[in-house]
Design a protein around this ligand. Structure first.
Ligand code: NVA
Length: 213
């Protein structure tokens, strides 16, 4: 009764949707097993700050077909850019969950077995932890399965020469990304982390005041 907004970080997406159905105030998804929209808003804002419009650009997603990957694909459909996805087998993106329209067009989504191929020509290379929150019991199995899905300097070298690297943090150097990439010149992870705050403030302004700028 006393809140103007509610932000929920939880597990199943159904939980937050059920809450929102009965809420009289806006409900922000602070992360679920399926989606992470606040992070993707910050990531896209960071891309735009550094490189301009994301429309028509290519994002390489290397690693788990998780909440971040799903939300990148939603954004690709909405904003008309492309996501090249490479995951180990068994960890693919579930298109039924990820797609807003039900079927993501090849203009917005392409899968690759080899992560190097996903990175080729990309404007942004991005990844995430191998084990997301709530999946900790799978940690050891995932370490084996994901060993070849570590973003390396060789992957960055086949991307565009001015490609950016992003990670939603916290990162594990030597697992999903090599230290020379996340700490290298193409990495914008600290701008990305700071932008979480600015974009969430803009989201609150939009939800409370209906203002876009
Ligand atoms: N995929 C990660 C994102 C953390 C910000 C998780 O859900 O744990």
């Amino acid at each position: 009764r006393m809140a103007d907004l509610v932000m929920i970080r939880t597990y199943e997406q159904t939980k937050i949707e059920r809450f929102a159905e009965y809420s009289r105030v806006p409900v922000i998804n602070g992360l679920t097993n399926e989606f992470h929209p606040c992070q993707i808003l910050a990531d896209i804002f960071t891309f735009i700050e550094h490189r301009g419009p994301i429309q028509g650009k290519t994002v390489a997603w290397v690693g788990d077909g998780n909440n971040m990957a799903n939300t990148w694909l939603q954004a690709a459909e909405l904003l008309d850019f492309k996501v090249n996805v490479s995951t180990p087998s068994g960890y693919e993106v579930d298109e039924k969950i990820a797609s807003i329209t039900g079927k993501i067009s090849p203009r917005h989504f392409q899968t690759y077995r080899n992560p190097m191929d996903a990175c080729r020509g990309a404007d942004l290379v991005t990844t995430d932890v191998w084990t997301s929150m709530g999946y900790e019991a799978e940690n050891e199995v995932r370490k084996q399965a994901f060993a070849a899905w570590r973003v390396s300097a060789a992957m960055m070298a086949v991307a565009q020469p001015n490609a950016l690297f992003m990670h939603c943090l916290p990162a594990h150097r030597g697992e999903e990304v090599d230290a020379d990439v996340i700490d290298g010149a193409q990495s914008v992870v600290w701008d990305e982390a700071e932008n979480r705050m600015h974009v969430q403030k803009a989201l609150m302004e939009f939800l409370l005041l209906g203002r876009l700028s």
